[in-house]
Design a protein. Structure first.
Lengths: 206, 298
């Protein structure tokens, strides 16, 4: 399957239907187009050129040359300490057919991978490295909360997340962490997590 | 102290925006009305200047040092009660009261030569979504300026081009998703995060939600309601709703000048046309400021 390229505004191209990961594709595109800005989605990549020009053929050529069997895996595993006292623990237990205790242990057993940092500064979209987990059946809340507390750990659509600051949100909350995910004074590395990093949640002993 | 904010109104600090951290979820933010901001930068000859974006008045300040400044936008400007010029650079005397009252809902830019602001993640901009950047102004806030040159050649500069365009005609590049959005829409609300549109005929088949992908200011999102939202400078970096088109860069400043109930006309154009509109606007901006010493010998 060849990736689908679509015009996106006057200087960007949206690349969808990709066989490789957005991360690997971003790395290859950054090398080929050093002056362009490349951003990842959950299953797509957007490349923005400094000026308008018809880059479609050039981008297609670079994409065709990507070795899709090669997957960069970050060796970095970040442990996130969690207190499992989220408001939606019971609802998650019901959706998965597990007990609350099993939800808590399963969430720690999954090795998560950072698929995307988006939505808000330092907000990680975490997917199971194995591709699926017992949480795949957990949906989003019907009505989102206007204020999710900072550090809240959530689940939705087979993914897990951590809210880096207070904001509205629709993920089901199972716990919270004290860890600082985003620090603006650290200009070189403001986000604790980066795309490709792995995450392991560890319950804080009470 | 140098500058004291006597009345803050609703005022934030903005520059060109924070583009380097979008991959970490940090909104671009930056001046809402990029055209006025750019003109104000050109007036004081500080290309990347942070400045006050006055969203609601009355705004008032005084300074224990002379200031070289310019106000760009639609506003009533006075110094100690006497009318002062818009769209030109003048000197504010020691302890004189500068008062700026926006005369419409569009943001007004106050550019002060040598204004010192702390940078956050490479930019001076305040982001209303994440609160990253300098805090909104409060009554009694103090600011410093760098030493200024009293013979600065920018003093007396003014905007000489007529840059008036119809704010109601908004051009966009269609896609990446297919929705027919051309034509008339009514503005429902305006915020730095986005402009909500309304109509009696919402778009059909708008219920789809997609795997989150990067979005940008100017993107026209189609949420399940079928009522599009044009994203503003403080929009989130990714979104899960289809995007029917993106407002061209040469028209982005118009979003800041819209008011609720305004009827807008969305006009699809090609990428080539968007690029030439941008080149044309840059050329106009570059030639828009007249310096006193440009006016030749009498």
């Amino acid at each position: 399957m060849t990736p689908k390229l679509t015009e996106y505004g006057e200087r960007s191209i949206l690349i969808e239907d990709i066989e490789t990961t957005p991360l690997l594709m971003s790395i290859e595109l950054e090398q080929a187009f050093p002056t362009a800005s490349i951003r990842s989605g959950l299953s797509s990549v957007v490349i923005t050129f400094p000026d308008y020009e018809d880059y479609f053929a050039q981008v297609e050529k670079v994409l065709a040359g990507i070795n899709t069997s090669e997957q960069p895996v970050s060796s970095k595993v970040v442990e996130i300490p969690v207190t499992y006292d989220g408001e939606d623990l019971e609802a998650v237990a019901k959706a998965t057919g597990l007990s609350v205790a099993e939800v808590i242990s399963n969430h720690q057993d999954v090795l998560w991978s950072v698929k995307l940092i988006g939505f808000a500064p330092g907000f990680p979209y975490l997917v199971p490295t194995s591709g699926s987990s017992v949480f795949d059946s957990v949906g989003r809340l019907e009505t989102h909360r206007t204020k999710v507390p900072s550090g809240a750990v959530g689940l939705a659509a087979g993914m897990s997340c951590i809210y880096p600051s207070v904001m509205p949100g629709g993920w089901q909350l199972i716990g919270r962490t004290e860890i600082v995910l985003f620090n603006v004074s650290n200009t070189n590395q403001p986000s604790l997590l980066n795309i490709g990093d792995q995450v392991r949640f560890v319950e804080v002993s009470k | 102290m140098t500058i004291m904010i006597v009345s803050a109104g609703l005022t934030i600090i903005e520059d060109k925006g924070r583009t380097e951290y979008t991959n970490l979820g940090v909104p671009v933010s930056g001046a809402f009305d990029k055209l006025s901001h750019q003109l104000a930068c050109n007036l004081i000859n500080e290309p990347l200047a942070p400045m006050f974006e006055i969203l609601r008045g009355p705004f008032q300040l005084k300074s224990d040092r002379e200031l070289v400044l310019a106000v760009v936008g639609e506003a009533k400007v006075t110094v100690d009660g006497y009318p002062a010029p818009l769209n030109s650079v003048f000197v504010l005397g020691v302890n004189n009261n500068l008062r700026v009252v926006p005369s419409s809902e569009s943001p007004v830019y106050l550019a002060i030569k040598g204004l010192v602001i702390q940078r956050t993640l490479g930019s001076y901009s305040h982001d209303t979504l994440s609160q990253i950047g300098p805090a909104p102004l409060k009554d009694g806030d103090l600011f410093e300026t760098r030493e200024i040159d009293k013979n600065d050649p920018v003093i007396g500069s003014f905007i000489s081009s007529n840059l008036k365009t119809s704010i109601c005609d908004l051009r966009y590049v269609p896609g990446p998703h297919n929705f027919e959005i051309r034509g008339n829409w009514q503005v429902r609300s305006i915020a730095r995060s986005g402009i909500r549109l309304s109509t009696n005929h919402p778009l059909k088949d708008a219920s789809s939600s997609l795997a989150s992908f990067p979005v940008m200011p100017g993107a026209i999102q189609v949420p399940p309601s079928g009522l599009p939202v044009i994203l503003g400078p403080d929009c989130g970096t990714t979104g899960g709703y289809p995007v029917a088109g993106v407002i061209i860069e040469a028209n982005l400043h118009k979003l800041a000048r819209l008011t609720p109930e305004t009827e807008i006309n969305l006009i699809p154009i090609t990428r080539q046309e968007a690029a030439s509109a941008k080149a044309q606007l840059s050329k106009t901006i570059a030639n828009s400021v007249t310096r006193p010493n440009d006016m030749g010998a009498w």
